[in-house]
Design a protein around this ligand. Sequence first.
Ligand code: GLA
Ligand code: ZN
Length: 671
Amino acid sequence: MKILYGGDYNPEQWPDEVWEQDHRRFGEAHIDTLTVGVFTWALTQPAPDVYDFTVLDRIVARAAAEGRRICLATGTGAHPAWLARAHPEVTRTDFEGRKHRYGQRHNSCPSSPVFRRLSSEMARRLARRYGGHPAVIAWHVGNEYGGSCYCPLCTEGFRAWLRARYGSLRALNDAWYTTFWSHTFSDWDEIEAPSALTEHWRGPDHTAFQGITLDYLRFMSDAMLANFSDEKAAIRESDPGTPVTTNFMGLYRPIDYHRWASDLDFVSWDNYPPDDRSPARMALAHDLMRGLKGGRPFWLMEQTPSVTACRDVNPLKRPGVMRLWSWQAIAHGADAVLFFQMRAGRGASEKYHGAVIGHSGRADTRVFREVAALGAELSRVGPATLGGRTPARVALLFDWDSWWALEISDGPSRLVRYLDVVTAYHRALWDAGAGLDVVPVTADLSGYDVVVAPVLHMVKGDLAARLEAVAARGGSVVTTFLSGRVDEDDNAFLADVPGPLARLMGVRVDECDARDGTYLNPVALGGETVEARLLFELVVPDGATVVGTYCSDFYAGTAAVTRNDFGAGHGWYVGAALDAAGVAWVVRQVLDRHELLGPYPDVPDVETAVRVTPDGSRLLFVLNHRPDAVTLPVVHPGTDLLTGDPAEPGGRMTLAPHGVLVIRVSGSGGP
Ligand code: GLA
Ligand code: ZN
């Protein structure tokens, strides 16, 4: 047992001689896991009545003969050309109403009965053939589910979904507030998919009816989940045990991964950060993915060993960065480190995408050497990190419904973006070194000392009561502007803002001023002045202590940040979009109170994360995201798993540029 290492492998694209070289190189690089068949539908079903597994048989047999494990894909992420020709219903209709013809990938209408039948049939046949094969350790269904479709079949599917959700048109009309603009629906068939041809007056985020658009987002996420579930069920007919997953995309708006999580046997995801300056954002995405299944380990299903190809400009990962980011994934809960792709294809849009083996097949490239060195390192580490769980005391709430509702809202500001606010608060927690879980609003919060809920725009179910319980027993709850605004249907609470959170926060918000990014209003906070921009709520304390006040404009001197005593704990309300220093101040006040600062809170871009393995070992991962070396005092003595070097009490330890330490902490104390 060890961390799985390998990635997407598409040898159906090249001749047999190359396969020889591939496997030789895999041996040299300690590659033990291959994801195969991700885009093989046209190969395995070349015509309507023809299934042909000859090539896949050989790929599987060869990998198994080499002792490698296989993550077997169902290959349904792109449909064959003949299928689109024979059944035009399988292609999508876009937001503008354009019916697409055959092309690209991730191109199937999720509501198409033909797609659903044939994708299931493919999964069924694959499972009959390869299920139980000793080398097949996981199923990879589809690929990167996403996008959307607005075709007549999806409109039908939407109506059926709505019937199931609301039961009656009366309940639907209530939820959608259809008395507005004379929209009262008197027949289910009057309901249209919200698109550029119907409710939307600019793009996908500009809708006349938030309720309709929100439900369509939910429906589309569910429709794609149904595609996944179709295939999983077909696999289960003959393969009862092999775990089934699909590769998620981290901070991806169109799919509500929380609604999907229970249908997957384990989570896997593809990490393609927008740039190489965002280690905190990657940490957030890892934690979100780990949080989907209650903290259970996940797979890093894809990352590039070197460059991507789809961006306008595709920078190289610097020496050491691929290793560092791999360890970052492990630090946050990954039990597999996989690449896209094992070998570069010759043609089409990904021919310049980085690969473990490039077009020349050489082993003496920097990229191959780094991949091989990491492979050797992971082999040495063996099972030591596997199954490790994160003992976090801080929860960051993440909610797709709030994300969607905020960003499809007319007013107060299109400039306030959900991820910007979430990442600002996460960044402050990350900088401070707090171990955290990113959890859904339905999560059990009873194990956390601190709950941070940025832009908790929509408050559903008993969440407010559960947040109150956190504070009542001595915990701290932090929320921000634009929280507690709407219910599950995106209708405003008929109450003071922040609605159900008002008691806990001890404030009410009477007005909200949105300005463009050039307007600054300083906030006096803890003896300093920080900046705020974009959004300024006029907060009226109703029991809360004023902690920060606006410095200018007609609301100068009024509350921007408050802290409310609630039971034995606190409710913090941050009414303005504070700059990084302001957010950090608030976050550190809270972490300090609970003694939850990490070991190196003042060393920029040195990240720490903890995993506790099933045998009780505490592993402290120390990750240097800086291009220079850094020397740190030993705070938690132990032994570095990677080198065997001791981290002595009172001693110092040095991390190379982009270096990594994995300290097995001695004794029972520690982080
Ligand atoms: C995604 C896909 C892969 C490949 C990579 C390229 O993650 O799943 O098939 O296209 O992107 O970065
Ligand atoms: Zn459709």
